[in-house]
Structure formats: C-alpha cells, structure tokens
Design a binder for this molecule. Structure first.
Ligand code: SAH
Length: 353
C-alpha cells in the first residue's frame, strides 16, 4: 500500500470522511509524498504535459501579448513579471526570450515565481539561472507594484469541494473508508451560502464544485492590477460556470480513478472562470479559446518561421505541436484564456472583449 494511502486512511479514522478538497490538497502537496513535492510529474516520463512543454511557441506568444499590454499601458519603468505554478520554468524562459525583442520590457521586469513545491522550485532555479528571479509562496507576497502575470494550468490544481444538489440544500461529497479502501460518500443536506447563485441554474442531483482558495488568489492579483496597472493571462481548461464532477486523475498520461492511486496520479478539476471574474476588482476579457487566442497572436506565422530550420522527425513533431496547441479537437477549445486588466486599460491582444 502506498505511504500516502496509509496516511489518508489514518486521517479518516481520526477525523472522519475528508472533503474532496482536503483529499486533493493532500495528494498534490503532501510535504513528502505529494505529486508536486515528491517528484517532477511533468513531461513524457511523468503523468501529464502542458502547453509550454509542447512547444516554445506558446510562451513566446504569451510573452509578446504581455509585452504589448505593457506598451499599451505606458511602459511602466518597474513592474513585477510573475508566474503562478511555473512547473519546470519553461514558460517563463520562453516569455523572457520573446520579451527581449521588445525594448525595455525585460529591463523593467522583476521576475517573481509563486511556487510551493521545493522540488519544482529547484527545477525553476536551474531554468532561470542568471535572471535575478525571486520565489514566493503565495500571491499575497507579490509586491504592491504594477503586475504582469501568467498562470498556465495553475488554477486547475487548486483543491475543489464538491456538492450535490438536494432540494434547496446541498450534500457534500466526501471521501471515507470501507474495508481498508478509500470510498466516496455523501454528507447530509445543508444550505451552502457560497452556492446560493447556483440554485437558479441547477436541478436535484446536479454536482457543482467550489475551489475555496480561488477567490483569495484571484482577488490579490486583481487588486494589484487595478491599483498599480498590469495584465494577467490565466490559461486553463474549464468553462465560464462549472457543472458536474470534473475531478480527474492522470497517471503516466492515462486517466485513472481519482481514488485509486493517491500521490501517484495528478489530480485536477475544471476551472470555474466565472468565480475568478467575480473575485477580481479589475476588468476582465471574455473567455477566449486557446486556439483562437494563439492564432490571433500569429502562431501560424511563427510556426512557419520555425519550420524552416527543421526536417524529418523534428519537423513532424513541430507540426504536431502546432496542431495540438490550437486544433479544436486537441487543446484548442478545451483550454481557455481569461485576461485581467485595469478598468481604464486597452484590451489585451488576442482576447475577446
Ligand atoms: N505552469 C506549468 C506547470 C503546471 S503544473 C506548466 O504549464 O507547465 C501546476 C504547478 O502549480 C506546479 O508548479 C505546482 O507545484 C504549482 N502549484 C500547485 N498548487 C499551488 C499553490 N497552491 N501555490 C503555488 N503553486 C502551486
């Protein structure tokens, strides 16, 4: 039996059934056995891969969109260039390489990375050696300064609680144990004030999710952007409003039951972008499909340019990466981008307004 399963069973024996959020948080961030703390779960040898790991084009275009917004807001002379959950640091490396083409952008930027996993921080430190980057644990630690920020597949790692509609109340889905195995259960119905707005659009038996940490994180980002200027690009899979059980586990790139391999499978849930928009005191774009966003920023021209130096298997991989990032049947519509900007600022390039 895995060490983490044993720890979870002991905790349930002591405290009773866990919320899905407690389970998810423990699986991802347990100090010794968590998915993000015990090993590097990204890439071909890990559990999942992400847009910046698929192609450098993703980070380059994100970097140019951020630099464009920086120019549109009068090129502030000193700003924070932040990333939430930077994984291996690949996205920030690509952002900085593209950003160097925009005079003054990198010189004005102070790179700050928000990362809780010591193991991934070490990977990021290697990737970003010599860039003068700083690491912080939480968004509250970001300076009160103009903020240009990116988060790719960060919000989907925030633990969610799940509730099933029962009349005018909600039953929380919990994780308990039976005969030494982790099992799902339902707590008794109770009113949930945070879900009052969902009584109008759900029916008995529907499941909805809430990420308790999300409003605080989004609010801290939005406050800095509104007060000091800036822009955020939040990229994730999800929708405007969450509906249904979207908890999913990937182990070595294969879907598995979220309860069967705690600590050995990445756990994510779809992001409820409406909850982000509701928590920020600044303006936001419309939710834009990733494929549309990248096409508008010129991914096809960039792909053709990079293709000129490639042949054989490298060229085929490059063409496949372009398709994977943009095609509606791949990541193009499943992944979406929400932009945040000050109320009086021009829109961010690539996004629906
Ligand atoms: N953005 C990267 C990695 C995504 S994986 C990419 O696109 O490749 C999720 C990342 O978020 C990991 O770096 C993980 O350690 C980090 N993370 C998850 N929850 C976090 C939290 N609450 N605070 C800070 N970092 C977190």
């Amino acid at each position: 039996m895995s060490a983490l399963r044993q720890i979870l069973l002991e905790r349930i024996a002591l405290e009773g059934p866990l919320s899905v959020a407690d389970y998810m948080g423990c699986c991802l961030m347990h100090p010794e056995h968590g998915v993000y703390t015990a090993r590097d779960p990204l890439g071909a040898a890990g559990d999942f891969t992400t847009a910046p790991e698929i192609s450098q084009m993703f980070g380059e275009l994100v970097g140019l969109a951020l630099a464009h917004a920086w120019m549109d807001q009068g090129r502030p002379a000193a700003f924070t260039l932040a990333e939430l959950g930077p994984g291996r640091g690949t996205l920030m490396v690509d952002i900085l390489r593209a950003g160097r083409r925009v005079p003054g952008f990198c010189e004005a930027a102070k790179v700050v990375l928000v990362e809780t996993s010591p193991l991934l921080r070490a990977r990021q430190r290697e990737a970003l050696a010599g860039q003068g980057a700083l690491w912080v644990e939480t968004v509250e630690a970001l300076p009160q300064a103009p903020l240009w920020l990116v988060a790719n597949e960060f919000f989907d790692a925030l633990p969610v609680r799940q509730f099933q509609r029962a009349g005018e109340g909600w039953c929380e889905l919990r994780i308990g144990m039976q005969a030494g195995a982790l099992v799902r259960g339902l707590a008794g119905a109770a009113p949930v004030p945070a879900l009052a707005h969902r009584l109008a659009d759900t029916r008995d038996g529907d499941i909805v999710e809430i990420a308790p940490a999300l409003p605080g994180i989004a609010g801290a980002i939005g406050q800095r952007i509104e007060a000091h200027g800036g822009a955020a690009l939040l990229v994730d899979y999800g929708d405007w409003r969450s509906l249904g059980d979207t908890l999913q586990a990937l182990r070595r790139h294969e879907p598995v039951d979220p309860l069967t391999s705690p600590g050995e499978a990445d756990l994510t849930a779809h992001v409820d972008f409406e909850a982000i928009a509701a928590a920020v005191p600044c303006a936001h774009s419309r939710l834009t499909p990733q494929g549309v966003f990248l096409e508008r920023l010129g991914i096809t021209a960039r792909a053709q340019q990079l293709a000129q130096g490639l042949s054989g298997a490298e060229l085929e991989n490059h063409i496949a990466a372009h398709r994977r990032l943009t095609h509606p049947k791949e990541m193009g519509t499943l992944f979406k981008v929400l932009g945040l900007m000050p109320r009086n600022a021009p829109p961010i390039p690539g996004l629906d307004t």
